[in-house]
Design a protein. Sequence first.
Length: 562
Amino acid sequence: MKQGFEKYIPFVPLKMERRAWPDRQIVKAPVWCSVDLRDGNQALIDPMNVEEKLEFFHMLVDIGVKEIEVGFPSASETEYEFLRALIEGGHIPDDVTIQVLVQARPHLIERTFQAIDGAKHVIFHFYNSTSTLQRKVVFKTDMAGVTKIAVDAAKLIYELSQPAIEAGMDLRYEYSPESFMGTEMDNAVDICAAVLDALHATAEKKVILNLPTTVENCLPNYFADEIEYFIDKLPGRERAIISLHPHNDRGTGVATAELGLLAGAERIEATLFGNGERTGNVDMVTLALNMYTQGVDPELDFSEINKIRELYERVTKMEVGPRQPYVGELVFTAFSGSHQDAINKGASYMKESDSPYWEIPYLPIDPADVGRQYEPIVRINSQSGKGGASFVMRMNFGYDLPKAMQPEFGKIVQAETERQGTELKPERIFELFKTEYIDATSPYQLIRHAFSERTEKDGHSRVTFSGTIRNGENTVDVSGEGNGPIDAFFNAVHGQKMDRFTFVDYKEHAVSVGSDSQAVAYVQLRDENGKNVFGVGLSHNINLAPLRAILSAVNRAVGEKN
Ligand code: KIV
Ligand code: ZN
């Protein structure tokens, strides 16, 4: 890039004496309007056919979008046909308003009125371009020229709409000063005010003023200043619904929309996953779920995000990237060890504290809220640490490893990832666990055992263990007594070259595999050098699982020594 930047003209921000928007918060959902079937569709390599558009339309209705721009019926036969199919096929629910787009040109306006015949609720959306650049290089006219185009169109639309309104159609108007953000703000205010007048807008019959970043050309805060300024200066502001139509050329479409809402906008035109011309329109999913994760009801239903994505990808033939907020394949996955640790701790905290809030680090939303609870949150590769493998064991297989044991198992898993050089699937992690702990059954193995229990006069119970233990080729009968089964067993085997171990800790819980429930016990022993050694035992019998765990620990320690 050889100094090419010098040819670009920087955006000149408004001079604001004061601004209120930085101190505000988004506390309620805007009116949502989907422009997927128009702006989104017109940007596709293969635009959707009528059947695909219909399928998409029904999905938008199911999501809860109440205003849907269904096309540009004067621009193509397919668009016209689709609109007729929607109306004549009775596909539009009574609480949904369809929106049609048209340029501010008389013959196209007339054709658009034909296209909406028979619809119940319609937003008639017309536009012309107003920016300094477009006036100079495209229309070669001044502000008076573009204002005349807009006002003439508004008058014609008002006139042509009267018969339909009298016949019972609920018809509203929308005007977009296209390339708004590149228009001098006082000019934008004047043209919109003239359009409001021509459309006889009142507080009861509001007109939608849709302010697009047709090509996003400035920082979101500068755009918010424009919106605040525009709203402040607009005569009869109560006659208008302020709508935004952000594009994403600088990659800040979502921020632009959010700051624009702070600045007073009430409505957003957006597309699912940000489809649209060039870098796309603002992404409705991200915007809505950003609100959701701030405790604001977005009034849209994305609880089955994967299904929405699947339909979207099929009919648009576009792909949703793996890092796309809330929906990308990898957005709920942590590979990094420290992140996995924190998620692991967060999940335990939620369980233990019974917190009514979502308090898990690195996961801004509960995957279950968007139907993604069955996907792996933690995936294990060489970047992963001790907590990750334990998280997989808990989430995928129901094994809740004691904290003290987690680093040891984490190291075993990490060594394997480094050996293999690839990600380890949960099944492989379980295999490692099984081989390392559960299958550690030699040289010591319990062949037979029996417990008896008696209660002393003082109310304390004493347990006696007797059994047979194999040590390599040899078998030996042992017996011992203690205040519980583990104590009794430990005392029984103490003479069997196991004297060097002391018992430190123990944990047991049930694991279910299908309808089969087993007990898993984790035991921590310490050898004569103070080294911790862990063992795991599995059994249908809750008294037997810890005995197996003790022998597993001893076997592992003996194996290490050999
Ligand atoms: O991006 C844009 O300016 C538009 C208008 C027609 C609203 O799509
Ligand atoms: Zn657009």
